[in-house]
Design a protein around this ligand. Structure first.
Ligand SMILES: O=P(O)(O)OC[C@H]1O[C@@H](O)[C@H](O)[C@@H](O)[C@@H]1O
Length: 318
């Protein structure tokens, strides 16, 4: 018989369950919030861009996100890897005549310093521990340049929730001004894989996509996506919620969209990877694939005081 009496246990009546640890590390634009569950899973979020730069599941043993060895983590440029937040425009903005036209590619959220608004935990049982981290970005918190290029009053709250086997990232966009505005939003998630040649992406069969490699023509997906060259596709108005990443026949990730109709699948492959100064090592296009959920086909419109909420839950299936 196992002797239990002297063993400290979170299940002892009246004893507090162990809590997730949340710490702020570093300073200035290198500051990051690090949260760790009692069971070892962790997430790291850089305040610059509110960029998730690491998510470890499986007791902390499995890193799920790809991060370039040359990613700038000091606020000097957008992070190459992790989960950059794209707002208020996806890709290069419309050439002229749109309120986002003077913004840089993918907007300013990924290059703005966000505020850490705090954490909340849920501890029904030791096993269902999770921690939610909230980050905020408001019009008055963006650079003068960004404010000048997009002079609209908005508030963003970005919630990152770490659970044992999943990471949820949800944006709340509020129009805090007197006039309506339009925006696009996307979570530019770099998933880490062992071998891109063994990866299949499922759940997009029959969905129309714009192929940005092939002169922006429209196609319809038949079967799984496999990656054997540069891929840059915008899948639009997807009916099913889950996109699955399978590696070597084994389910690896489920990416579940919440109120976001579109998904970009991107892998730069050999030449584009080499051409990006912050993508390293060059050969690492073999170890990543971006599955980016978003609302990027057309524009989301918010009237004064209105709110939009959308995001994703990524399940690590290892
Ligand atoms: O180099 P950036 O600005 O981070 O963008 C990376 C890629 O982001 C993807 O979302 C786009 O579809 C690609 O066209 C783009 O190349």
């Amino acid at each position: 018989m196992v002797e239990r009496a002297n063993r400290p246990s979170a299940l002892t009546p009246g004893a507090a369950a162990p809590e997730a640890q949340v710490n702020i590390e570093g300073s200035g634009d290198s500051s990051k919030v690090v949260a760790t569950l009692p069971s070892g899973e962790s997430v790291e979020v850089l305040l610059f861009g509110a960029t998730v730069t690491s998510w470890k599941s499986n007791g902390g043993k499995t890193e799920n996100l790809w991060l370039s060895e040359k990613a700038a983590l000091d606020g000097s440029k957008a992070v190459r890897g992790g989960v950059p937040v794209v707002f208020p425009v996806f890709g290069p903005p419309p050439k002229s005549g749109h309120p986002t036209s003077s913004l840089p590619q993918h907007g300013f959220a990924r290059t703005s310093r966000w505020e850490f608004l705090g954490k909340s935990t849920s501890e029904d049982t030791v096993d269902s521990n999770s921690v939610k981290l909230d980050f905020g970005l408001y019009s008055k918190g963006v650079s003068e340049e960004a404010r000048k290029a997009w002079p609209l009053d908005f508030g963003l709250v970005y919630s990152v929730t770490l659970s044992k086997d999943s990471l949820q990232t949800i944006i709340n966009v509020r129009n805090e001004g007197e006039t309506s505005f339009e925006f696009q939003f996307l979570l530019h998630t770099y998933l880490k894989v062992n071998d891109i040649s063994k990866v299949a992406i499922n759940g997009l069969t029959g969905v129309s996509y714009i192929d940005k490699v092939l002169d922006a023509s429209t196609h319809s997906q038949s079967g799984s996506i496999t990656i054997t060259g540069e891929v840059d596709r915008v899948y639009q108005s997807i009916p099913q919620d889950t996109t699955s990443v399978v590696e070597d026949g084994t389910p690896r990730f489920d990416v579940v969209r919440d109120n976001l109709p579109d998904t970009v699948v991107w892998n730069p492959w050999v030449e584009k990877a080499k051409a990006m100064g912050d993508f390293a090592p060059d050969e690492d296009y073999k170890h990543m694939v971006c599955v980016e959920v978003g609302a990027v086909n057309g524009w989301q419109k918010l009237e004064k005081g209105e709110v939009f909420e959308g995001g994703q839950t990524i399940k690590s299936l290892l």
